[in-house]
Design a protein around this ligand. Structure first.
Ligand SMILES: *[C@@H]1O[C@H](CO)[C@@H](O)[C@H](O)[C@H]1NC(C)=O
Ligand SMILES: *[C@@H]1O[C@H](CO)[C@@H](O)[C@H](O)[C@H]1NC(C)=O
Length: 324
């Protein structure tokens, strides 16, 4: 019902409507959004087998959470104390977020919805200066730095991601794809796709499926063949995610045209990609998307164009690989 209204009322027609009708439509389209009790994390449930996560695009810096520190004191057991500094063995935290990536993820969600694939979207509105949801396990303390309020918002973020992943698994025969949306500040003007393979593995042409966040996808497609479980075709093949995005005119690593980062900067995937993908089994896959800063800081029109192309890439990839 709601979708029908939105589809029929095109942007042109909207302009002619009185503001009250417009407000009503906006209210209807966001009525299903859920928020954490602190108003920092937004979950917009979807209906497709796709989950978008935007952990580093927040700008809110509420004063009831202390700022994270860039430097802590490494303890003898390799942990880090963030309320202390010490000479020598210090540990460091990244505090600066990925501007505009929440807006890009939201635009990608809207374009995918137009395409009939409404993804789930979890968006962090809190600045990375206060809390980092892409840390966890042994690096949890770096993300929340002992602040109980930060831990509460952190738990809300992961609670929503878990809800979305579970909803997708139930409705998509256990399958699904999570894309964790980031922006990178490396000198290379390329978008980095992270499957948890290290830079050195990509540089030496090694693609062990069992070490990737798309292990489920590779296993599914190789079930009937005797081929060793190499993820090569899914990572640098002509129909890989990187190559599909590349076909819209962006440099992407890894892809058929740039198979490896060589000496360039490259992020292989963080905690969220590791936690929710198929590295440890199952058919729910994940990847990290690190958008080039040339797009992240571009004009709104340029960002919108990229969002449309990223959405088209996700749609093509999802339909070709059994996520839609
Ligand atoms: C620093 O944090 C540790 C726990 O990580 C705690 O035991 C210690 O008392 C804290 N020190 C100060 C000065 O707050
Ligand atoms: C970055 O690459 C895109 C194409 O992917 C190009 O349009 C843009 O001009 C480049 N920007 C910079 C700063 O090199």
């Amino acid at each position: 019902m709601r979708l029908t209204i939105l589809r029929v009322v095109t942007k042109e027609k909207l302009k002619m409507f009185c503001p009250i009708v417009l407000l009503l439509i906006v209210a209807l389209s966001t009525a299903s959004d859920r928020w954490d009790p602190d108003g920092q994390v937004q979950y917009s449930p979807g209906s497709a087998c796709i989950v978008l996560s935007a952990p580093h695009g927040g700008r809110q810096r509420p004063d009831w959470i202390s700022d994270r520190r860039a430097v802590g004191c490494e303890t003898a057991d390799g942990d880090c104390r963030w309320n202390a500094t010490c000479p020598g063995s210090s540990c460091r935290a990244l505090l600066y977020g990925d501007p505009n990536t929440r807006e890009i993820a939201t635009a990608v969600r809207d374009y995918l919805t137009e395409d009939g694939l409404r993804p789930h979207l979890i968006a962090n509105h809190m600045d990375r200066m206060k809390m980092d949801p892409n840390r966890g396990g042994p690096t949890l303390s770096e993300g929340i730095q002992c602040d109980p309020a930060a831990k509460r918002v952190y738990d809300s973020y992961h609670g929503f991601v878990r809800q979305a992943v579970d909803a997708v698994r139930r409705s998509c025969r256990g399958r699904g794809l999570l894309l964790d949306i980031h922006g990178q500040h490396h000198p290379q003007n390329w978008t980095e796709i992270g499957y948890l393979l290290r830079k050195s593995q990509l540089n030496s042409g090694q693609y062990p499926a069992a070490s990737t966040s798309i292990r489920g996808l590779v296993g599914r497609s190789s079930r009937d063949s005797a081929s060793s479980l190499s993820a090569r075709k899914f990572i640098i093949g002509d129909r890989s995610f990187g190559s599909l995005l590349n076909s819209f005119g962006y440099r992407v690593v890894p892809s058929a045209s740039v198979p490896a980062p060589e000496t360039g900067g490259y992020y292989s995937g963080g905690f969220i990609t590791r936690q929710y993908g198929s590295l440890t089994g199952g058919e729910f896959d994940s990847m990290q998307v690190e958008i080039t800063q040339a797009v992240m800081y571009a004009s709104e029109a340029e960002r919108d164009r990229f969002s449309r192309h990223l959405a088209a890439t996700i749609g093509l990839f999802a339909r070709a690989n059994g996520y839609a």
